[in-house]
Design a binder for this molecule. Sequence first.
Ligand code: UTP
Length: 296
Amino acid sequence: MIVRKAVIPAAGMGTRFLPATKSMPKEMLPIVDKPVLQFVIEEAVASGIEDILIVTGRGKQAIENHFDYNPELELFLHSAGKQHLADQVRGIGDRVQIHYIRQKEQLGLGDAIRLARAHMGSEPFAVLLGDTIIDPPEGQSPGLRQLLDAFDVTQASVVAVHRVPPEWVSRYGIVDGVPEPGRDDLLRLKKLVEKPAVNVAPSNLAIAGRYIFTNAIFDCIDATQTGVGGEIQLTDAMNLLAQQAPVYALAWQARRFDIGNRLEYAKCFIEMALRRPDTGEALRVFLKGLLGDAAG
Ligand code: UTP
């Protein structure tokens, strides 16, 4: 089985990021000058994905506009002698086939993924959360590529997980699993526990926002009852799937920035800005001064 397609759920209300998300999708928040969703799509394309279905909803038109052509803007940039910028804005949507589907009611991540059923047919597919940037250590493959490499071996659904400090365990879906013989980074999943208290958590391996599913996940989503907050929880559907078929967890070293969380967004913005040649040095000097003043 080969994975060619991905779905990116981006229809959530983003309530943790109000008031900014009242009129702006959180997936379009900029990290310096690039929207979060563009990082996500670039990761998918760099991993070999050819076809992407984005789940959008009311108030999310900025997403479609961003990945579409904008002839007026391109003409303006061209006549202003800024051809490199014109090429940049056109290039974004040209690298991959992008489709859209609307989620009419925000009934949860499971429901958003269910909308991809007809598009995926019988193929296995990837899921990338539209509000999550994956940052692998220098020299490693893009996050989704690492997961696809694991899928090449398992030929079964596989989910990325990362180690989190104890105080974060109660914020995430946590994995209970058994290590695969000869692999210290791959576990066979027994179950997922949603936001456990730290003293009962089966591990400190948290779901990282990237998944590969066989199409058996769709029947499991259909069989999942509405859970917390009236939503169809993807973790409930994954637990059903794990009872019927092998599901694996890949424990990678990549960091996860959940930009729906305000502090994580601020950290991601600063870290990415520090890495850029055009902003890094000046920002480093500024931050040193700022922190020096605060310490003093
Ligand atoms: P989150 O749970 O982080 O998004 O979902 P949210 O519901 O927008 O967050 P808050 O709690 O209100 O701040 C992770 C991803 O799944 C998408 C979101 O857009 C986000 O990219 N999502 C979530 C959907 O597409 N549909 C939903 O019904 C829920």
